[in-house]
Ligand binder design. Structure first.
Ligand SMILES: Cc1ncc(COP(=O)(O)O)c(C=O)c1O
Length: 376
């Protein structure tokens, strides 16, 4: 049986057909012109980019810059991919063999677990507990891990909850993985989206020897359309990933490599991080302000990171019906909680321009008022 990627299938249907789209999980995408201005570069540079294939492993200078973000990594630990999506796909294809099991935390963005299931791999789940601010159930993790566990799949900071694993939780995951020699695959695309003064979430890379880290330009850097991601892995795995990369995509794009290379320049990257922080902090405050209109209906565990959060609502309408009505009656899109197995919740992005955010959130509040009126 093929396991559909529920969230992406739902978004494919709706995300380009609504006036207000809060289904994105990254910070508001930056325009190329604004990016060049922020980077202090001349837009005319683009005209010199040859539309050739880039280096199949990714531009050397870019891979060196990526490697410098991880302790003791060098360019031979890095493969540039078409987004974190290809990275997660290659990892599932390369690491998992029949009979293996993968453990994923739930709820979760199901890219790696879904790819694993589609290869016949058994998925085991461990809960993040909403009533405890989405804390990891470490006892359940220890009880679930076994000699067949090949991968423990982590998203940190987490999608959809915005939870950042505490050091105690990180240690528990490492203990569980090392007890059976499993890989920790850490999808870290939301590192750099921490709220307030929370420091950048450290990578799992360097904390345990069997770590594969994944990241991309899509979320914290606001460049999902570049389609640039990467795998950081022990050097001996790289040829295995590369063999599959050559079949699936051959390479990421030349334009993506060149622009990511500018974005990760030590002079430019902090400016993008600053942009992300501002959008995230201001947007979250705006979201809270708008949700206060129905504070008897909504409840939110404030995310520690990410440009979005999970909103729980107390209404007699399931999440798919709620979001379908929102799309068709108000031209406003959020992600139905059922895509994450969380009924009567929705995921809402907030690192967006204020006017756009307020207008669409007013639509959500209007629908809630109508449902409350109807259910009286
Ligand atoms: C946790 C996680 N991993 C990977 C991806 C895919 O990102 P990319 O655009 O880098 O392919 C997403 C996108 O939402 C995500 O949330």
């Amino acid at each position: 049986m093929f396991h559909q990627f529920k969230i992406e299938s739902y978004l494919t249907e709706h995300e380009k057909n609504v006036a207000y789209n809060y289904s994105e999980s990254g910070v508001h995408p930056i325009k190329i012109g604004d990016f060049f201005e922020l980077a202090g570069r001349d837009l005319a540079e683009i005209s010199n980019i040859e539309m050739d294939y880039p280096n199949v492993r990714g531009k050397v200078e870019l891979r060196e810059k990526i490697a410098s973000l991880y302790p003791d990594a060098n360019l031979n630990n890095i493969l540039t991919t078409i987004g974190a999506s290809e990275a997660n796909y290659l990892i599932a294809e390369t690491i998992l063999k029949p009979g293996d099991e993968l453990i994923a935390l739930q709820p979760a963005y199901m890219q790696l677990p879904g790819n694993a299931q589609n290869n016949g791999i058994t998925l085991k789940t461990v809960e993040l507990i909403e009533a405890q601010n989405w804390a990891l159930n470490t006892d359940q993790l220890m009880a679930t891990v076994n000699s067949n566990t090949k991968i423990i799949s982590i998203i940190n900071p987490h999608n959809p909850t915005g939870h950042i694993l505490t050091q105690t939780e990180v240690n528990a995951i490492i203990k569980a993985a090392s007890s059976v020699g499993a890989w920790i695959v850490a999808d870290e695309v939301y590192a750099g989206t921490e709220r307030g003064d929370t420091p950048r979430t450290p990578s799992f890379w360097g904390q345990y020897d069997r770590v594969i880290a994944v990241n991309s330009m899509s979320k914290a850097y606001g460049m999902p359309g570049l389609r640039i991601g990467w795998i950081v892995a022990p050097e001996e795995l790289m040829p295995q990933f590369q063999l599959r990369h050559e079949y699936t995509t051959i390479s990421s794009t030349m334009l993506g490599n060149e622009l990511a290379n500018i974005a990760l320049d030590p002079e430019v990257r902090p400016k993008l991080t600053q942009r992300a922080r501002e959008l995230i902090n201001f947007g979250f405050d705006t979201l809270m302000d708008m949700l206060a209109v129905h504070n008897d209906t909504y409840s939110v565990v404030p995310p520690e990171a990410s440009a979005m959060c999970i909103v729980r609502y107390d209404l007699p309408v399931d999440s798919l019906e709620f979001v379908n009505r929102l799309v068709h009656e108000k031209s406003t899109l959020v992600v139905p909680g059922n895509c994450f197995g969380l009924d009567r919740h929705f995921r809402c992005s907030s690192a967006l321009p204020e006017v756009y955010l307020r207008e669409g959130l007013a639509n959500i509040n209007a629908l809630v008022a109508e449902i409350k009126g109807q259910s009286k």
